[in-house]
Design a protein around this ligand. Structure first.
Ligand code: FA5
Length: 335
């Protein structure tokens, strides 16, 4: 008779799917016993061993079939596929979703500039002191650094306070175009950060769009014409623009551009209601071109930077900038 505890241990191993059980020393030891036992007992003991062996094979085969029959698991599914449909988490239906109003607006603005021959590139959301300040003509200790107070890691990496951090990269990465007689024409939308006192028009995290154009014989008239063309297309009507002198270390001369408020958005006929201060701009400072490896005696260029939120607010009469990051569906569903 086969020792029942040994047979039980072998069955357990087979139930766990252990394929080596058929070649195990325990099973082999039974055949060794068979060889040394009296001839008259061999027949029945040999049959017992064969029966056990067959039983183990069957257990292993049924175990294998059960594993094959399990549904495969989709590791990308947001729930376990074995969960019954009724118990699955209720995720938001994509059919009810929509692009965030800022994403929609950035796409519209980029589309207008793409039709005017500009290439679009997203700005970086983490940068360094060189791109945030040095390359933009704010040397160490420059008082205007205080106007761009933002967040910094202990290693000295900076959350950029404006998309102008991309100027040096764009110009130096594309200076071969100038040598080929082509201009550098880029728009750079992106998320920017400032250490601000928050209110209805000031956020700590907002979006800007930078524009850069460098080539031969580029002058401020071209800057005005470019921005006016864009604004007319954006607002869908012919609007006047005006420049007021301003100061940025990275442009010289620098301006603030105001656009005539579209008629439907004017509350009265006052001069104050007529103009909207919209963006900062100017002719790229020769030092900025030089630091990007471009000779300012040969090439000139203009740049501008506009806040996206404030423009969308103005267009849609949104009273508080903080709605954009609030994730309130009541607000988002209006777009
Ligand atoms: C700049 O950031 C310059 N880099 C713009 C520039 C680029 C000038 C290239 C010349 C050449 P300014 O700090 O004014 O400039 O910001 C530009 C726009 O960002 C503002 O007109 C405003 O629309 C928006 N903005 C600034 N601070 C905030 C804020 N805290 N919340 C929301 N929008 C803001």
């Amino acid at each position: 008779m086969i020792d029942e505890s040994l047979a039980h241990a072998l069955r357990l191993r087979a139930k766990e799917g252990d394929q080596t059980v058929l070649r195990s020393p325990e099973l082999k030891s039974l055949y060794d016993q068979l060889r040394t036992m009296p001839a008259e007992q061999r027949g029945s003991f040999g049959k017992e061993i064969n029966d056990l062996r067959q039983e183990l094979q069957q257990i292993l085969a049924s175990k294998h079939e059960a594993a094959e029959a399990l549904p495969s698991i989709d590791v990308t599914a947001p729930w376990d596929v074995n969960t019954s449909p009724a118990d699955r988490p209720k995720s938001g239906l994509a059919v009810n979703g929509s692009l965030h109003p800022l994403t929609q607006e950035i796409a519209r603005i980029v589309d207008i500039f793409a039709r005017m021959g500009f290439t679009a590139l997203e700005s970086r959301q983490i940068d360094d002191d060189y791109h945030m300040f040095e390359s933009l003509n704010f040397p160490e200790g420059h008082p205007a650094r205080d106007d761009y107070d933002t967040f910094m890691t202990e290693e000295g990496l900076i959350a950029p306070a404006h998309t102008s951090t991309m100027q040096n990269r764009i110009i130096s990465d594309n200076k071969h175009l100038l040598e080929q007689g082509e201009p550098i024409a880029y728009v750079i939308p992106g998320r920017v950060f400032r250490n601000e006192d928050l209110d209805a028009t000031h956020e700590h995290t907002f979006h800007q769009l930078e524009g850069i154009y460098v080539g031969k014989n580029i002058h401020a008239g071209m800057l005005v014409a470019t921005l006016k063309t864009y604004l007319n297309e954006y607002f869908g009507e012919e609007l006047d623009v005006k420049l007021q002198p301003f100061y940025f270390p990275f442009t010289e001369p620098s301006f603030e551009l105001a656009v005539e408020r579209p008629t439907i958005l004017r509350k009265d006929d006052s001069e104050e209601q007529k103009w909207l201060e919209l963006l900062g701009c100017g002719m790229i400072n020769p030092n900025v071109l030089r630091m990007a490896g471009v000779d300012p005696e040969v090439y000139t260029g203009f740049a501008w930077g506009q806040g996206i939120e404030r423009m969308v607010m103005m267009k849609n009469e949104i009273e508080d900038i903080r709605h954009f990051n609030s994730a309130k569906l009541d607000f988002l569903r209006q777009f």
